[in-house]
Design a protein around this ligand. Structure first.
Ligand SMILES: NC(=O)c1ccc[n+]([C@@H]2O[C@H](COP(=O)([O-])OP(=O)(O)OC[C@H]3O[C@@H](n4cnc5c(N)ncnc54)[C@H](OP(=O)(O)O)[C@@H]3O)[C@@H](O)[C@H]2O)c1
Length: 437
């Protein structure tokens, strides 16, 4: 491997006498041999190898040692400090001797020839040095420029995609849904806000219309109230949603309920309710809106799933099951809808600081009513909402919005399932113990 380095100044030791000299005019490269036997070479050993000419070693603190041969083939060495930019290296002084006198023959001449060969290669390196030192900055600026331009184009495309788009958000009364309403509204979307609580929706609408966003044209949001656990209500709600702006461009299936309980204690009614709200409700609404999207060959379906749609945590069975089902359904939908140019995005957030754990159902169907520590320490819903906006704008297919640990757990479940299962079993034991005590 070649590592160009800078040798701006090196203090030389020659023939036992310490002679300071500058190294500046030619480029040299360090070749990393990867396996140094030099105990002093830290952090790594470096060798500069112009065949037969010498070697350059890198010491801790930037001290260098140069070993070469004089024209008579005697080994000599210099030590010095390595300073300057790590990109280019320069040597001022060619340490490889003068042209031998005419009478010189044999070893001296051979060494002189090898010095000439070295000078030629140094000239080549100097040209390369010039090219790299002059080209590197424009290249760097060029890359930054192209990157910024691409980002700008992406932002413009995203803005155009969402501005004036009809966006339906379920569960807009609280938490993530409420924040999504704000960010999509600010992006110029025409909103249809859905929820069970009319008052909460009215309050949100007032807040939105009172907000001062001047960059884009704003549209007064519509409200549609219905219960996702009631299949009959969904049919009527779909007709109402379509009447608001005449079509739907983006449907965000956000509404959901969580669950806390042991499988052995949980009634089937609770399992069914969680599945109705988190799975059958969004599926029914999506199916009801799809024909109008297919007709227009335009549309975007978003499912707010969860990390628990990818891995299962003990005492969350119904919730994890409903989110796994959501992931599976919308993955299938994505494949089937591609021919109609309908986008499908599944978003899997980690913990968000919302009322989700407060509203969670327990084994007997009552409300859990506790703000879990994990939920309280979760991300701010507004940040997650911005990520949702970006994911929709960029037409992403599957997005994980979680910290490192939950994301790693997903890989662990795939790559080392045995380890993942024993970790979950130990978590279950601990939780059970703390419940019993
Ligand atoms: N918070 C987290 O840590 C977290 C993590 C990953 C994924 N998520 C997902 O994010 C989504 C939003 O949850 P959140 O955190 O914002 O919780 P949230 O504050 O409790 O909001 C849940 C929303 O869903 C609505 N909803 C519940 N049951 C409904 C039903 N039967 N019919 C219609 N709407 C109903 C609620 O409306 P009401 O006001 O009428 O109850 C509320 O607007 C959920 O799908 C959740 O699974 C949350």
């Amino acid at each position: 491997m070649i590592f160009p380095i800078s040798l701006r100044k090196i203090e030389g030791r020659h023939s036992g006498k310490r002679t300071p000299f500058r190294l500046q005019s030619c480029l040299s490269y360090l070749y990393f041999d990867g396996s140094t036997s030099n105990a002093h070479a830290r952090p790594k050993g470096w060798d500069w190898t112009e065949p037969g000419e010498g070697s350059l070693r890198h010491f801790r603190g930037g001290r260098m040692k140069l070993i070469d041969h004089d024209v008579c083939g005697n080994q000599r060495s210099r030590e010095g400090l390595l300073t300057g930019s790590p990109l280019v290296s320069r040597l001022s002084h060619s340490p490889w001797g003068k042209r031998p006198e005419k009478k010189d023959t044999g070893t001296r001449t051979r060494h002189w020839h090898s010095s000439c060969h070295l000078r030629k290669s140094l000239l080549k390196l100097r040209i390369m040095d010039f090219l790299t030192s002059t080209a590197i900055l424009p290249l760097l600026f060029g890359c930054v420029g192209v990157f910024s331009l691409l980002k700008l184009l992406q932002r413009m495309r995203m803005r155009a995609y969402l501005q004036n788009a009809v966006v339906v958000i379920t569960g807009a009364t609280s938490g993530l849904g409420r924040e999504c309403a704000k960010v999509f509204y600010a992006a110029g979307a025409k909103l249809v806000l859905c929820g069970r609580n009319r008052e909460a929706l009215e309050e949100l609408t007032k807040e939105l219309t009172a907000s001062q966003v001047t960059k884009v044209e704003m549209h007064k949001p519509y409200m549609v109230t219905f219960d996702l656990a009631d299949p009959g209500a969904i049919v009527a709600a779909t007709a109402e949603i379509l009447r608001c702006f005449g079509c739907v461009d983006v449907l965000i299936n956000n509404a959901g309920v969580s669950y806390r309980g042991a499988i052995t204690d949980t009634t089937m009614d609770v399992d069914k309710t969680v599945m109705e709200i988190n799975y059958f409700g969004p599926v029914a609404l999506t199916k009801a809106l799809l024909p109008s999207m297919i007709k227009r060959q335009r549309g975007h379906i978003v499912a707010i799933s969860s990390i628990q749609g990818k891995i299962s945590i003990p005492f969350r069975s119904a919730y994890a099951a409903s989110k796994h089902a959501t992931q599976a359904f919308f993955d299938c939908l994505r494949a089937e809808m591609e021919q109609y140019e309908i986008e499908v995005t599944v978003i899997s957030p980690g913990y968000i600081h919302t009322n989700l754990s407060l509203n969670a159902l327990t084994a007997d169907g009552s409300k859990y009513g506790v703000m879990d520590k994990t939920t309280a320490q979760g991300r701010r819903p507004v940040e997650v909402a911005r990520d949702v906006l970006a994911a929709v704008g960029k037409k992403k297919k599957d997005v994980i919005l979680a910290d490192l640990l939950p994301s790693l757990a997903i890989y662990l479940r795939t790559l080392a399932p045995g380890l993942f299962f024993s970790l979950m079993a130990s978590r279950a034991r601990k939780e059970q113990k703390s419940k019993n005590s």
